[in-house]
Design a protein around this ligand. Structure first.
Ligand SMILES: Cc1cc2nc3c(=O)[nH]c(=O)nc-3n(C[C@H](O)[C@H](O)[C@H](O)COP(=O)(O)O)c2cc1C
Length: 358
């Protein structure tokens, strides 16, 4: 019995490892092809190797996002164009985020633009919002009936001047207003010139007043995704404004800007501490009033526990899927349950913010 269980685990791990013999973006495209055709359904599912009791309550109810069966979702950028949503549902994610989508389709930066740093379980990317544009992504999301919440992550086109960026976001809000469980304003990717300059209180206030005039019903489901590189003072001022203006929540964080060994945004293990610290900085301001999603270096169930402990109600993963293979979510849930038990919790929702209480 034990041998059979381990073989299943090895098969899943091999499926991930075999893709890593290809350059990073080729491996990603191959993985997306497999997911689009829902081939993960034929991959043996790993059994619960840690043998943790199943009666733990992993359910999360997040205002402005929805009800989740557990706290692990897919981060933006993996399925930018919504081509494999059912495939990601097969991988047992509890919610998905498509995009970043821009009003018009655009090719992104020249390749190569995605790199692995294996020793650090990290990636560097400078994709530059390659995507099929609002219309195509809308049609695909609409055509994919799912049981789990889906969010749409919005950006601006490269050729849109930073001073006109607000109009690209409004186009997105209007286009997607009847679709999806939540919407993300992405002002945090490092690979679109001028985008991070939008992460300031003035832009947030302008955005809020435009939303109130044009799509007021959306405010309660609009999340703001921030970068981890803002200095503390600016970051705190921004969180104060986002809290005051009553957006739905925060996604913390996007990638960390680097220039070496490649220029771009770094994700994965090496980002973990930096992005968790941003959860703490934000919590200091809103004291739990604003829901947060933890993104950045969630590589294991222990990382899930720590993001929740620092105030996140859910996490999103990207890089872990690359290094831990197709069953990353199932492996991480087992580890998360073990960590919950170790700390004496039986409900995941009780873990949220425990770092500030215990
Ligand atoms: C190749 C790649 C492309 C990404 N594209 C986007 C994107 O289009 N929009 C976005 O908001 N974040 C994007 N991200 C950032 C992820 O959504 C996530 O916030 C970040 O990678 C940290 O999570 P991780 O450490 O689990 O990878 C991208 C990340 C990677 C590695």
């Amino acid at each position: 019995m034990r041998l059979k269980l381990n073989v299943k685990r090895i098969l899943g791990d091999l499926a991930g490892a075999s893709l890593r013999v290809f350059p990073a973006e080729t491996a990603h495209d191959l993985g997306m092809f497999l997911l689009k055709h829902r081939l993960a359904r034929f991959l043996p599912r790993p059994a619960d190797t840690l043998e943790v009791p199943h009666d733990l309550d992993l359910h999360m109810r997040i205002p402005g996002l929805g009800d989740l069966v557990h706290p692990i979702g897919l981060a933006a950028g993996f399925d930018k164009n919504a081509i494999a949503l059912r495939g990601f549902e097969d991988l047992q994610f509890s919610f998905l985020e498509v995009g970043t989508v821009t009003p018009l389709a655009q090719p992104g930066n020249p390749k190569p633009r995605m790199f692995r740093s294996r020793s650090e379980y990290s990636l560097i990317n400078r994709m530059g919002f390659n995507n099929d544009g609002h219309r195509a992504v809308y049609d695909r999301v609409e055509g994919s009936p799912l049981r789990i919440p889906v969010g749409v992550n919005l950006g601006k086109n490269k050729q849109t001047l930073t001073e006109h960026a607000i109009s690209d976001y409004l186009k997105g809000l209007i286009h997607f207003k009847n679709l999806g469980s939540y919407i993300v304003i992405n002002i945090s990717s490092p690979n679109t010139p001028g985008l991070r300059e939008l992460a300031n209180p003035e832009f947030i206030r302008r955005l809020k007043s435009e939303i109130e005039m044009q799509v007021p019903e959306l405010l309660k489901k609009i999340w703001i995704k921030l970068d981890p590189d803002l200095p503390r003072k600016e970051f705190i001022a921004l969180i104060e404004t986002i809290t005051e203006e009553r957006f739905a929540g925060l996604i913390l964080s996007n990638t960390h800007r680097v220039t070496w060994p490649e220029a771009g945004g770094m994700s994965g293990h090496i980002l973990s501490h930096l992005s968790s610290e941003r959860l703490t900085w934000a919590y200091e301001v809103h004291r739990g009033a604003l829901p947060m999603i933890g993104s950045g270096g969630v590589m294991s169930g222990i990382d899930v526990f720590h993001k929740l402990a620092r105030g996140a109600s859910a996490v999103q993963i990207y890089t872990a899927l690359v290094y831990r293979g197709p069953w990353a979510v199932l492996h991480m849930l087992e580890e998360f349950k073990a960590e919950m038990l170790l700390h004496g919790y039986t409900r995941a929702s009780d873990v949220v913010g425990c770092h500030y209480r215990d």
